[in-house]
Write a protein that binds this ligand. Structure first.
Ligand SMILES: [Zn+2]
Length: 209
């Protein structure tokens, strides 16, 4: 088995003690994660973005890409963690923090714990797949070999609104597409008695009811 490369020698800066300074710092990095989320949205993906911070520097970024990458693991956190590990030169990153616009799922929470991150900050909660307290909480098991601290709710409204807008637009587009298809069907078949457009029979009517 190959030797694990050493961690960077430079010690990370301590997190600020002053709550206002800490909040401003969290907001700054969350805004960077939001920039990534916008890139996901522009690519037609669910808008979630993430950045990895080391020594008060963003060393890696990632955004949701499972559709384009045809990869169920291509969540924003995974993309950012993979990129960060290449920068650090080690899959273990105990001096790094991750900022992500949406509460991590079970897969990403598992990867975060395997990467031994020291701290995670997320924006909006995810009541359907959130694994940091919403559906389950993988960050509260003392028996796990590594503990990563986690905090949520940073720029939560902005992060959540971006997702609401995305899903709202998608629902409207799907509804419009269904309406167009129905209009096209009606236009093609209405009043036509040819074999290609037969009158609906009684069985079809029953199914429609
Ligand atoms: Zn995930």
């Amino acid at each position: 088995m190959p030797e694990t490369p050493p961690l960077p020698l430079r010690a990370p800066r301590a997190l600020p003690d002053d709550p206002a300074e800490a909040a401003a710092r969290d907001a700054r990095y969350m805004r960077a994660a939001l920039e990534e989320a916008r890139l996901a949205e522009a690519a037609g993906e669910v808008p979630v973005g993430a950045v990895v911070v080391w020594n008060d520097t963003i060393i890696a970024r990632g955004h949701n890409l499972p559709i384009r990458a045809v990869d169920p693991s291509a969540h924003a956190e995974m993309q950012a963690l993979r990129a960060a590990a290449q920068v650090i030169g080690n899959y273990r990153m105990p001096e790094c923090e991750l900022y992500v616009t949406l509460e991590p799922c079970a897969m990403c929470s598992g990867a975060i714990l395997h990467a031994r991150l020291r701290h995670v900050v997320f924006g909006a909660t995810d009541p359907k797949t959130g694994a940091a307290g919403s559906v389950l909480n993988l960050f509260e098991h003392a028996q796990l070999n590594h503990q990563t601290t986690i905090a949520g709710g940073v720029l939560a409204d902005t992060c959540g609104q971006m997702l609401k807008d995305f899903f709202g637009a998608r629902r409207r587009a799907q509804k419009a597409a269904r309406s167009d298809a129905a209009r096209s069907e009606a236009g093609n078949g209405a009043g036509c008695a040819c074999p290609a457009h037969p009158e609906p029979n009684s069985q079809n009517n029953a199914n429609d009811a």
